[in-house]
Design a protein around this ligand. Structure first.
Ligand code: ATP
Length: 679
């Protein structure tokens, strides 16, 4: 029995890292986060899973050389090897998937992610040792013919279910999104974006460490949606058959769930992540019979695992004696930097085969895992304060103004319409129609701060900032439409209120079931616009401000909801996907302001552009958005194939209160008249 404290972060309720009051126990500069911190030195938790002997191993007459002794210890007995290893938990060949989920502490990890921590679980071991099976169940093998039996579902699916269940039972309103990438031959590739895989840049920022630029994030609200994302992303992952595994993963895969709580305006919001890392297995080319491309892959896999092992050995030393940790030696170690040595909470699942044939690899995994148990992190919960959110919104507005201006220049339109460049708080000019300032300022809702100023306590600027932001986004969308997808029918060129998904038949079968329902062309949100062709010849349909779009009484939940959900392309809050080590995800809470250009969320360059879907947040819906590059210079835009389409606005978690009479909520029949008036 190992002493208390040697078991890694304890999965028992009540002994989890505590959240301290703000300002107490300040973290080191690189780790500074908004709001509460924990910062207590916490060991990685390492559990071991032994898979059963495979048919091939049994046929070959291999002997079992590992035996669980109970109480977290395992004994290896072979001719020249006799050793015992201790772990936080050991799951023998007979252990069910459920037992692994419950016994590994995975459930507690999910709760910690909801509490705002950056949590990581990664599986490692030799090829064919059961890593993918432990994390995902027999996902790929069975999906071709039939779905996996519920009893075989892995840690991932069980965690998704637990997350959604917890979210419901706590009554908390969680915004969930997922990103999924692989590191294949030292290239980081997005598994959720459509089209052929292309390498994404892995960058570093002084304040936020390593992050993947332009990674796609997909919102989800149901188990079915996230399970589909997992399945379809995994089908895009590189796999091959070799002598030891018919479905061998040739890349390291990182699936990250961002958990953002929509806290009331008075409290800071929590932003946690839950990252699943399915490492490719180490392999001896002689054993697997790999040659050609397979052996190149094997070399890259082994090299990155070696780099990981090296980092772990150095991290296992006491903090005071640690030298430089060479995270930069591989993409994998860069992305895991935060989980291993930073402020995350990490669970490692070591997987081994019991076969005598795999003895040396098994011993190597066991030594590796034992070392990892000495690694410590200082978990920090991520909080985002109102002030930070306001700053983000202001940056966002500024960026949108610039983008708007640039689009107008490209379209040879009048430089700036008076209303669109007014900042909240700017007094209206004599005789001018109420513009942004008028609609959202004193006469409308509440005063917003001028740039660089934070609102004083009790005078919240959110609604006006959100409204302003949203209107800029809508206007940008309108400006982009004529350039990007002229619609010869004269209909609104698929504005943000009528999104459709790329159908599975258009050569981009990605994630069909994970999306919001298609909005039929007859849906009232699909407005017809008067012809507003400008002198340049481009069509420039004008839409009413976002807030005034009529809702559909049949399928939109309510006026406020309808207004918001039909117009805006993005989800609630900026969802950058960068991280420092933690699976390529920036420490939540730092993301937004951290990244150059991350103030603006863009839909994926390759996203469908012809039609768009309604943003109704149906239970099984997903929305996709992407971290931008810097604004808005043409040289930073993706190629025509992957051009930047309208920015998805950051949508704060709080429902925006609209002052009665400021922006009319119209019945559908009243819309044309109101539109005409506006135009
Ligand atoms: N606990 C288990 N119970 C039953 N079958 C298992 C178990 N673990 C693994 N297997 C089976 O062993 C085979 C190899 O498993 P898996 O693909 O998960 O290995 P892996 O470690 O991910 O390999 P690679 O590194 O090559 O991707 C699969 O056929 C899987 O179904």
């Amino acid at each position: 029995m190992e002493p208390e404290g040697e078991r890694g972060w304890d999965p028992q309720p009540g002994t989890r890292p505590r959240t301290l009051p703000r300002g107490q126990d300040r973290p080191s500069p690189g780790e500074e986060q908004e709001g509460a911190v924990v910062g207590r030195e916490t060991r990685l938790r390492v559990v071991l899973r032994v898979r059963p002997l495979t048919c091939t191993e049994t046929r070959r007459g291999d002997r079992r050389v590992v035996h669980s002794l109970g109480d977290g210890t395992i004994h290896v007995s072979a001719a020249r090897h006799d050793a015992t290893f201790g772990f936080s938990a050991v799951f023998d060949a007979g252990a069910s998937q459920e037992a692994v989920f419950e016994g590994s502490g995975m459930r507690q990890l999910v709760e910690l992610a909801i509490d705002g921590f950056s949590c990581t679980v990664f599986a490692f071991g030799q090829t064919g040792s059961g890593k993918t099976y432990t994390l995902m169940g027999p996902l790929l093998a069975q999906s071709e013919t039939q779905p996996a039996s519920p009893a075989l579902l892995g840690l991932m699916q069980r965690s998704f279910a637990c997350l959604l269940e917890q979210s419901r039972s706590r009554g908390s309103d969680l915004a969930l999104s997922a990103s999924y990438l692989e590191i294949y031959n030292e290239q980081v590739r997005d598994l959720l974006s459509p089209g052929p895989p292309c390498a994404l840049p892995l960058r570093w920022s002084k304040t936020h460490g390593f992050y993947v630029e332009n990674q796609l994030s997909v919102d989800f609200e149901s188990l079915e949606a996230i399970a589909n994302l997992l399945l379809q992303g995994s089908q895009r992952r590189q796999t091959s058959a070799h002598a030891l595994n018919r479905h061998s993963s040739r890349s390291h895969a990182l699936l990250t769930i961002n958990v953002r709580s929509r806290a009331p305006s008075t409290c800071p919001g929590k932003q946690g992540t839950l990252c699943f890392v399915d490492l490719a297995g180490s392999e001896r080319v002689k054993e697997t019979g790999s040659s050609g491309e397979l052996s190149v892959e094997a070399n890259n896999i082994n090299r990155s695992l070696l780099a990981l092992g090296h980092c772990i050995s150095l991290l296992a030393k006491p903090r005071g004696k640690r030298t430089h940790i060479p995270y930069r030696d591989s993409k994998l170690t860069r992305l895991l930097a935060r989980s291993l040595g930073g402020s995350g909470i990490t669970l490692m699942v070591a997987c081994i085969s019991p076969s005598s044939h795999c003895l040396s690899e098994t011993l190597s995994t066991l030594h590796y895992a034992s070392r990892a148990r000495r690694v410590t992190t200082r978990p920090l919960a991520n909080r985002v304060s109102r002030e930070k959110l306001l700053q983000t919104l202001e940056k966002e507005i500024h960026a949108l103004q610039l983008e708007n201006l640039s689009l107008r220049q490209q379209l040879c339109l009048p430089r700036v319409p008076a209303r669109s460049m007014e900042m909240p708080g700017t007094p209206p000019r004599e005789g001018a129609r109420p513009g942004w300032g008028g609609r959202y300022g004193p006469a409308g809702l509440r005063c917003s701060p001028v740039e660089g100023q934070l609102p004083s306590q009790g005078a919240p600027a959110w609604p006006s900032l959100y409204g302003l932001l949203r209107d800029f986004v809508v206007e940008n969308e309108q400006l982009r439409q004529p350039q990007l997808s002229p619609d010869p029918s004269g209909d609104i060129p698929a504005g943000p209120s009528c999104r459709t998904t790329r159908s599975s038949g258009d050569g981009q079968p990605l994630l069909p079931s994970a999306r919001t329902p298609h909005v039929p062309t007859s849906h009232p949100t699909r407005l017809r616009q008067p012809d507003t062709t400008p002198a340049s010849g481009s069509r420039l349909p004008k839409l009413p401000p976002a807030s005034s779009r009529p809702g559909c009484p049949q399928c939109c939940p309510g006026p406020a909801n309808a207004t918001v959900s039909q117009v805006l392309p993005g989800p609630l809050v900026p969802q950058p996907i960068l991280p420092e080590g933690n699976m390529g995800v920036l420490p939540p809470g730092q993301e937004d302001s951290a990244l150059p250009g991350s103030h603006q969320l863009l839909r994926h360059p390759q996203a469908p552009q012809g039609k768009r879907r309604s943003r109704g947040r149906s239970r099984s819906s997903t929305q996709r958005h992407l971290l931008p590059q810097e604004l808005p210079g043409p040289e930073r835009r993706p190629s025509p194939e992957g051009r930047v389409i309208p920015s998805a606005p950051p949508w704060p978690g709080l429902p925006e209160p609209r002052a009665a009479g400021t922006i009319p909520l119209l019945q559908w029949e009243e819309a044309p008249e109101w539109l005409a008036e506006q135009i």
